[in-house]
Write a protein that binds this ligand. Sequence first.
Ligand SMILES: CC(C)(COP(=O)(O)OP(=O)(O)OC[C@H]1O[C@@H](n2cnc3c(N)ncnc32)[C@H](O)[C@@H]1OP(=O)(O)O)[C@@H](O)C(=O)NCCC(=O)NCCS
Length: 210
Amino acid sequence: MYLSLIAAALADSSVRTLSQQEELPLLRDHLLRLDRTSRRDRFHGFMDDSFIERYAEKCADDGTVIIAFFENGVVRGAAELHPPDQSRDSLPEIAFSVESSVRRRGVGSILFRKLITEARAKGYKSLRITTGAQNDAMRALAAKFGAKLVFRHGESTGTIDLTKYGEAELARSWTESTLSGMRTVVAFNRAYWRMLLRMAGAAPPERGAS
Ligand SMILES: CC(C)(COP(=O)(O)OP(=O)(O)OC[C@H]1O[C@@H](n2cnc3c(N)ncnc32)[C@H](O)[C@@H]1OP(=O)(O)O)[C@@H](O)C(=O)NCCC(=O)NCCS
């Protein structure tokens, strides 16, 4: 028990694009770890394991870029950049998933920024995002990056204009976001350490605790 708390406090994290060979096993296992509500939000209602397995296979096959957030060697978050199809008005589609154990620590924002950098490097001018109308977390994340979502057929859909992101702005935002992510992780870890020390009787009880 103490060892797992210490391991959590010392969690090691990084963000990088997966190689094509990594995509199938790492993306699949991450998506399979999503709980029911997250699966519903991520896949618009499709939730069974076999659907997720087929989905990961398709991503590994069709040129989808996966940017992954690793914690202690395990993928806990992913940003997906799907290439446009052949039709004239098709746009690259994006999607995000962060496991509940690491949510609201800036992981989604860090993945979003990295995805914008990758998309610009590929020469894309805009991206499309679609999410459930009730998905407040994804709507908040998308709004942070300038997506204007409109409600259509029970879903919120919108585009992100990549031409308005300057290199300097992205570099600055990336540093700020990484720092803020790190601060969040440090704050999170500090809480763990305080709890650990309290359990060991080496720190005063929380204010207000009896
Ligand atoms: C949507 C999701 C990727 C967000 O990931 P995350 O790592 O928690 O995001 P962040 O911590 O970077 O938060 C981004 C912003 O959204 C806000 N936010 C996050 N969760 C929220 C919630 N439940 N309600 C309202 N706002 C929320 C944060 O406050 C933050 O805004 P701020 O920087 O101005 O404070 C995550 O909740 C998820 O994976 N959900 C399940 C799958 C899903 O719905 N995918 C979307 C389909 S494409």
